[in-house]
Design a protein around this ligand. Structure first.
Ligand code: NCD
Ligand code: ZN
Length: 346
């Protein structure tokens, strides 16, 4: 297959930052995607509908791409989230859910949840209003090995939570393990998962062999090859509860290439080409449209995009660096060539 057309895809998990940093990167997401679910981990985090709506206006203000782009917002769930705010989200089409960060799990998660047990009243309200909860699924206990943190979170918290609140809509974000895939597959309730391009393309060797590769460090951290295989199988089998979420998370080059490098891969720049490359590797390009353009919209109860994009087997060269605020960001697979190029439909 040398070209394919698909409905314009959506990115159900992206970090767009704010200010000059946002201005430098938001166009990359808007160019490819019809919608994006924008994560609220700014500093301070976006915890209220009003803040999310003004953040959304800032996102749209700098855009001038040809096709419509609809940023959808998630609020940052805290222990102090009032139930009224959950009701407000249910009435606000531009804000479609809450993001749960365990405190300390990742970049800008200081305001996250300390005690998941104490969350039940809020979970009950989320289930009542049918407002989805997007979950960063990792335990944060210092004695738990970083490669085990997702599997343990599922066993200790997510599985029991989904049993206690059977109608709660849950998205396990950026699944990085076989256990994460299995959690979504065996769920009988309204439970889905997003998969990133970097977790589909790389295992942990890409981060640790031949010298430490800070631009491949993200959270959840890349896992061993057997997990990558499980993720790729989940993405490409046409299962309606797995869909595209890049978790594209740009950082200044100097913050990545440091004695304490921060977590995040910047994939928005060539997101759909990266996914196409992963699907092509297992001969599953025919499954890309469902994963990238249909399943997410269906899960969130939104219409599928009606526009079309084209992917052609024409090489794309990924630049070595891109402008980002006062510095640069190193895109994922910088300096390499991908076999696919996206164009607008003719
Ligand atoms: C994200 C970021 O930088 O905001 N980093 C990451 O490694 N994915 C935070 C997150 O989604 O965990
Ligand atoms: Zn993220």
């Amino acid at each position: 297959m040398d070209h394919l057309s698909l409905s314009r895809p959506d990115d159900w998990h992206v970090h767009l930052r704010d200010g000059d940093a946002m201005a430098a990167i938001v166009g990359a997401t808007a160019r490819q995607f019809g919608r994006a679910l924008v994560m609220p981990n700014l500093q301070p985090p976006i915890t209220r509908v009003q803040e999310a709506l003004s953040y959304r206006a800032r996102i749209l203000a700098g855009l001038n791409q040809e096709h419509p782009f609809n940023p959808l917002m998630a609020l940052y769930l805290t222990e102090g989230t009032p139930k009224e705010e959950i009701a407000r989200v249910a009435e606000t089409p531009e804000v479609i859910g809450f993001k749960l960060y365990p405190q300390g799990a990742t970049t800008h998660s200081e305001a996250g949840i300390r005690s998941l047990e104490a969350l039940d009243p809020l979970l009950e309200a989320l289930a009542h209003y049918q407002v989805p909860l997007m979950v960063h699924g990792e335990v944060t206990d210092s004695d738990i090995d970083i490669f085990d943190r997702e599997a343990l979170f599922i066993e200790r918290y997510l599985e029991p939570m989904s049993q206690r609140f059977r109608s709660l809509r849950i998205v396990l974000e950026h699944i990085s393990t076989r256990e994460g895939v299995e959690f979504v597959e065996r769920a009988t309730g309204p439970i889905a998962g997003t998969l990133t391009a970097h977790h589909l393309l790389l295992n942990r060797n890409a981060m640790l062999v031949g010298g430490i590769q800070p631009h491949h460090y993200c959270l959840p951290v890349l896992k061993r090859e057997t997990h990558r295989q499980a993720l790729l199988a989940a993405a490409t089998k046409g299962h309606p509860r797995f869909f595209l979420g890049t978790d594209s998370a740009p950082h200044l080059r100097s913050h990545k290439e440091s004695s304490c490098g921060c977590a995040g891969c910047y994939t928005a720049h060539h997101a759909i080409e990266l996914y196409a490359t992963a699907f092509d590797q297992v001969g599953a390009l025919d499954q890309l449209e469902g994963f990238a353009s249909h399943h997410g919209a269906d899960f969130y109860g939104l219409p599928r995009n009606t526009e079309t994009i084209r992917l052609q087997r024409v090489p794309t060269e990924i630049p070595d660096a891109l402008p980002f605020g006062e510095e640069t960001v190193i895109p994922f697979m910088a300096g390499q060539t991908l076999p696919w190029t996206m164009t607008e439909a003719e």
